[in-house]
Design a protein around this ligand. Structure first.
Ligand code: NZQ
Ligand code: ZN
Length: 410
């Protein structure tokens, strides 16, 4: 097990009706004026925004609304939010929504005290500073990105088509209010995309080079097993509270860094985040691509390309999540060599995982996302700007490797 540092500074307030406590949670921390950041209208239609504003009023917390964060949120919108937060003299940024609202809120919170362009922080031209940074709070409406407790914020610069993540402990929200009933209104597609993203956050960490870490491996595989059980229930019955609640909690545990403890190299984050890197190009070039849907296509394609670098990890996943053992395959196929048995078990594991995503309604191919072979050169161009000529951990990937992975998923 490698050394690690883990802290979960975000207070999670979880359960039925907790939205009504938003105002009290902010007031108890001494916040007086919230910039309320939300998306493109779901929270207005569902009544969640109204309930949040009422609770702020009841607790005496003033508020300024800032709606319109689109899925795969834009830098330009965050810049507008920074100006509004300054003008309103907000002392907290409250996101009501999913990763897109929360990441916009995080960008605003870091941007307020920074005199230059907030994009400098995402390109690492300047370092984020704690002094004057606004705290972020959130009311989560979709389990997916894990931004409610993560150290990351991801924004897209529409002028350069660069989608960039900024990872800093300063990004962790102070409080996340998580009422699973708010997710009853999620369409099946968004539910599925969210579950896929949650699985991907676990698997990006699981597929690190640092070998087995039994406690963390069990946690990871247990989370995925629970998602495999719960997701079909939430799709079948959107108001299945236990399914919604377990998915929501899994989303937080998948991405608050607990799922990688002991597997980071040199104290860094666990894993190479190859699939996220390649997916982010898809949703940067076409923001209508849901991040999780892109991952449903890219992650199995990446796995099929790299599994030979570390078959053991894939066998562990197969055994613990899908009960796939190479020995069974040997028994079924008397002629199989041990190497063939391992290959069969690994490929069966990847097939099972992809079948799970597809069973929820996720795409199998890039074509289903409207991406064609002609789009690949442009994806590689921004991928290289984001990741450099080589990236990844389980297996270092060149741009030629990335091209082959994209092509294999067409
Ligand atoms: O915009 P509105 O109208 O609110 O609708 C949203 C949006 O269309 C809708 N929705 C959310 N809650 C709903 C609802 N519809 C009905 N009922 C509800 N309760 O769902 C759609 C997706 O919302 P969004 O916030 O975009 O989803 P998600 O949480 O998946 O966030 C995606 C963004 O997060 C980034 C992604 O790249 C993407 O930009 N990520 C952020 C991470 C982080 N900060 O740690 C890590 C992730 O890997 C990811 O990269
Ligand atoms: Zn993700």
């Amino acid at each position: 097990m490698n050394d690690f540092s883990f802290s979960m500074p975000t207070q999670v307030v979880f359960g039925r009706g907790v939205t009504a406590r938003t105002g009290a949670e902010l007031a108890s921390r001494g916040y007086a004026h919230a910039l309320v950041v939300y998306g493109q209208g779901s929270v207005v239609r569902t009544g969640t925004l109204g309930r949040v504003l009422a609770s702020l009023d009841a607790a005496g917390v003033a508020h300024t609304e800032f709606g319109g964060a689109r899925p795969n949120p834009s830098l330009a919108h965050a810049r507008d939010g920074i100006a509004l937060a300054r003008e309103a003299a907000a002392d907290v940024v409250l996101a009501v929504g999913g990763g897109s609202a929360i990441d916009t809120a995080k960008g605003i919170a870091l941007g307020v005290p920074y005199e230059g362009d907030v994009w400098d922080l995402y390109t690492h031209a300047a370092a984020p500073v704690a002094d004057g940074k606004l705290p972020v709070a959130c009311v989560l409406t979709i389990p997916a990105a894990g931004s409610e407790a993560s150290a990351s914020s991801v924004l897209t610069n529409d002028e350069t088509l660069l989608k960039k993540g900024l990872s800093t402990e300063l990004n962790r929200p102070v409080v996340a209010l998580m009422d699973p009933e708010l997710t009853f209104t999620l369409p099946a597609y968004q539910t599925a995309a969210g579950v896929t993203d949650i699985c991907a956050h676990i698997l990006e960490r699981f597929f690190s080079t640092s070998g087995p870490v039994p406690v963390t491996d069990e946690l990871d595989c247990g989370l995925i097993r629970s998602l495999v059980d719960m997701a079909p229930r939430a799709i079948e019955d959107p108001e299945d509270y236990d399914a919604r609640a377990n998915i929501m909690w899994a989303g937080t545990l998948a991405h608050n860094d607990l799922a990688g403890c002991g597997r980071g190299v040199n104290g860094g984050r666990a894993g190479g985040w190859e699939s996220h890197g390649m997916e982010h190009e898809l949703s940067a070039h076409d923001p209508s691509v849901a991040h999780g849907a892109g991952l449903a296509v890219i992650m199995p394609a990446w796995m099929r390309y790299v599994w030979r670098s570390n078959p053991e990890r894939f066998l562990t996943l197969g055994a613990r999540v899908f009960d796939i053992e190479p020995v069974d395959v040997v028994e079924d196929c008397i002629d199989a060599t041990p190497e063939e048995a391992v290959e069969d078990a690994v490929l069966a594991t990847i097939d099972e995982l992809q079948a799970f995503f597809c069973s929820l309604g996720m795409p199998r191919t890039l074509g289903e996302l409207g991406v064609t072979a002609d789009d690949i050169p442009a994806l590689l161009e921004t991928l290289e700007l984001n990741k450099g000529a080589e990236f990844g951990q389980l297996q270092r990937l060149t741009m030629d490797d990335a091209r082959k992975i994209y092509e294999s998923a067409l």
